[in-house]
Ligand binder design. Structure first.
Ligand SMILES: *[C@@H]1O[C@H](CO)[C@@H](O)[C@H](O)[C@H]1NC(C)=O
Ligand SMILES: *[C@@H]1O[C@H](CO)[C@@H](O)[C@H](O)[C@H]1NC(C)=O
Ligand SMILES: *[C@@H]1O[C@H](CO)[C@@H](O)[C@H](O)[C@H]1NC(C)=O
Ligand SMILES: *[C@@H]1O[C@H](CO)[C@@H](O)[C@H](O)[C@H]1NC(C)=O
Ligand SMILES: *[C@@H]1O[C@H](CO)[C@@H](O)[C@H](O)[C@H]1NC(C)=O
Ligand SMILES: *[C@@H]1O[C@H](CO)[C@@H](O)[C@H](O)[C@H]1NC(C)=O
Ligand SMILES: *[C@@H]1O[C@H](CO)[C@@H](O)[C@H](O)[C@H]1NC(C)=O
Ligand SMILES: *[C@@H]1O[C@H](CO)[C@@H](O)[C@H](O)[C@H]1NC(C)=O
Length: 409
C-alpha cells in the first residue's frame, strides 16, 4: 500500500481496470459464452513520446499523456461491447471498429492521417470547412460529410467518436483527442497514425504507412547530412507587431538538422528584436548577415499577396550586400498550399508526411532546381501559393491515400 501511493492515481486506475477486464475476459472464455476473438495485428509505438498502446484479447487501451486519458477500445463483436461503458475524467470507452466519426475542424485538424488509412468513408461530419484536404472538401460539397453545429451536443452525440485536436475543451463522452502536434520531432508526430489505426483495427495499414514514411525520411536525411559541403545556416523567424523573433519549436529545428543545415538559434541568446529600436535593428541585421536561408513564418491574413517585398519591408533592409539569402534568393514560407487564404496544409499534410517537408527543406538548402516543393515556396523568386479546392481531388476517397515516397538513392 505504501508503494502504491507513489503511483499517480491515473496509472493506478488504469492498472486496476486492466486487472478487472482480464478477469471478466477469463470468465467469459471459461464460460465459452463469447465467440473467441483473436488478438489482431498490433502496432507498437517506437518513436512517439506521448501515447502508448496496450492489447488485450478483445480490447485495447491507448494511454494518451497529452490529454491525460486512457481510451478503452472494445471490439464490437464481444459481449463486453454492449455491457461496458466508461466515461470518466480519466477513462473513456469506445466500441471499435468505429461505425462512423466526426471531426472538429476548427483548429487545423490533420485529416490527412485518416486519408492515409483510407477512412474518409466513415467520416460523417465536420464542424467547419477549415480543412486543407481537397478530398474532404469534395465529400463535403457532395453531401457525404455534413456540417455540424459544435455547440449542439445532441447533434455531436450521434457519432461513434468525435475527434478533436484541442486538449483544453470540456469533453462529452464520445470525444477523443488526437494531438500529433504535441510531439517534439517530425517522425514522432507522424507515428500518431498508429493512434487512429487502433480505432479502426487498421494496425497493419498504420504500420505500413509509418514504416514507408520513416524509411524515406531517414534515407533523405542520411544523404543530406553526409554531404561534405559547408552546412547552410537557416533561421525560422516571424514578425508580429513591429517585433521580429526567431522561432524555436523543437520539430522545426530538427527538420533543419536532418536536412543537413544548422540553426541560427544555437549561437544567439536574444530572441526578440523590436524594429523601432536602432540597437535591435543593427543586431538582427548582423545576425542575418550569417544566414543563408530564411524561413519567414510571419502570419498573413492573405498569403496570396505576401511576397518578397512584404518581407523586405518588415525587416527594413537598406544595404543588401551582406545578405547571402538575398544574393542567393532563398526566402521561404510554408504557406504554399492554402485553402480559402486561411487553412494551411502545413498543419495537416505536412504533419502526417514529414518526409515531404524534409525534402522541401533539403531543396531550399541544397538547390537542384528540378524538384517541385510541396509545402514551401520561395518568395525571393516570386513563387506564389496554390489554392486548395474540392476540384483538385482526383482520388476515390474510399481508397487509402498512398504516402509520397521521394526519390532517394
Ligand atoms: C492481420 O493483417 C493481415 C493483413 O492485413 C490480415 O490478412 C489478417 O487477417 C490480420 N489478422 C487479424 C487477426 O486481424
Ligand atoms: C463490427 O464491425 C464490423 C466492421 O465495421 C461490421 O462489419 C460488423 O457488422 C460489426 N459487428 C457488430 C456486431 O456490430
Ligand atoms: C447551434 O446550436 C446551439 C445550441 O443548440 C443553438 O443555440 C444555435 O443557434 C445553433 N447554431 C446554428 C448556426 O444553428
Ligand atoms: C453512427 O454510428 C452509430 C452506431 O455507433 C449509429 O447509431 C449512428 O446512427 C451513426 N450516425 C451517423 C450519422 O451515421
Ligand atoms: C517597440 O519599441 C517601441 C519604441 O521604443 C515601443 O513603443 C513599442 O511598444 C515596442 N514594441 C513592443 C512590442 O515591445
Ligand atoms: C509584391 O506585391 C506587391 C503588391 O501586389 C507588388 O507591388 C510588388 O511588386 C510585389 N513584389 C515582388 C517582389 O514581386
Ligand atoms: C549560393 O548558392 C550557390 C549554389 O546554389 C552556392 O554554391 C553558394 O555557396 C551559395 N552562396 C552562399 C553565400 O550561400
Ligand atoms: C514541376 O511542376 C511543373 C508545373 O506543374 C511541371 O511542369 C514540372 O515538370 C515539374 N517538375 C518536376 C521536376 O517535377
Amino acid at each position: 500500500m505504501y508503494l502504491l501511493s507513489h503511483f499517480s492515481t491515473n496509472l493506478c486506475v488504469v492498472q486496476i481496470l486492466f486487472v478487472l477486464l482480464w478477469c471478466i475476459q477469463s470468465l467469459e472464455y471459461a464460460n465459452a459464452a463469447t465467440p473467441t476473438v483473436k488478438v489482431g495485428n498490433i502496432s507498437k509505438v517506437g518513436d512517439s513520446a506521448y501515447f502508448r498502446i496496450y492489447y488485450g484479447q478483445t480490447f485495447k487501451v491507448i494511454k494518451n499523456t497529452l490529454d491525460g486519458k486512457s481510451y478503452l477500445l472494445i471490439q464490437n463483436n464481444t459481449r463486453m461491447a454492449s455491457r461496458t461503458k466508461y466515461c470518466t475524467s480519466r477513462i473513456k470507452s469506445f466500441v471499435i471498429p468505429l461505425a462512423n466519426y466526426s471531426i472538429e475542424t476548427d483548429y487545423f485538424f490533420p485529416v490527412s492521417f485518416f486519408e492515409l488509412l483510407g477512412l474518409l468513408g466513415n467520416l460523417k461530419g465536420i464542424t467547419s470547412t477549415y480543412v486543407a484536404s481537397q478530398c474532404v472538401l469534395k465529400l463535403y460539397q457532395g453531401g457525404q460529410v455534413e456540417s455540424i453545429n459544435k455547440t449542439d451536443h445532441q447533434q455531436l452525440a450521434q457519432y461513434a467518436a468525435h475527434f478533436i485536436a484541442n486538449t483544453d475543451e470540456a469533453q462529452p463522452c464520445n470525444f477523443a483527442t488526437f494531438v500529433p502536434i504535441g510531439e517534439d520531432a517530425p517522425l514522432q508526430r507522424a507515428e500518431w497514425i498508429k493512434y487512429l489505426g487502433v480505432f479502426a483495427n487498421m494496425e497493419n495499414r498504420a504500420n505500413q504507412v509509418y514504416d514507408a514514411i520513416k524509411e524515406n525520411y531517414l534515407c533523405l536525411s542520411k544523404a543530406a547530412t553526409s554531404r561534405n559541403s559547408l552546412k547552410p545556416v537557416v533561421s525560422w523567424m516571424e514578425y508580429k507587431d513591429g517585433v521580429w523573433s526567431f522561432t524555436r519549436d523543437p520539430y522545426k529545428l530538427k527538420f533543419v538538422e536532418d536536412a543537413g543545415g544548422v540553426n541560427v538559434d544555437d549561437s544567439i541568446n536574444k530572441v526578440t528584436y523590436n524594429m523601432s529600436n536602432p540597437d535591435d535593428l543593427e543586431e538582427i541585421h548582423a545576425i542575418l548577415c550569417t544566414v543563408d536561408v530564411v524561413i519567414d513564418e510571419t502570419y498573413s491574413s492573405d498569403p496570396a499577396v505576401y511576397n518578397g517585398s512584404t518581407f523586405l519591408g518588415n525587416i527594413n533592409l537598406e544595404d543588401q550586400t551582406c545578405f547571402a539569402f538575398l544574393t542567393n534568393q532563398s526566402i521561404w514560407r510554408y504557406d504554399k498550399r492554402v485553402q480559402n487564404s486561411v487553412v494551411l496544409d502545413w498543419y495537416d499534410g505536412a504533419v502526417s508526411q514529414p518526409q515531404l517537408v524534409l525534402s522541401d527543406i533539403i531543396e531550399a538548402l541544397y538547390p537542384t532546381g528540378n524538384y517541385n516543393t510541396t509545402y514551401f515556396r520561395n518568395i525571393a523568386k516570386g513563387e506564389g501559393i496554390i489554392s486548395i479546392g474540392p476540384e483538385m481531388c482526383e482520388r476515390d476517397s474510399s481508397i487509402p491515400m498512398e504516402p509520397t515516397v521521394v526519390a532517394c538513392q
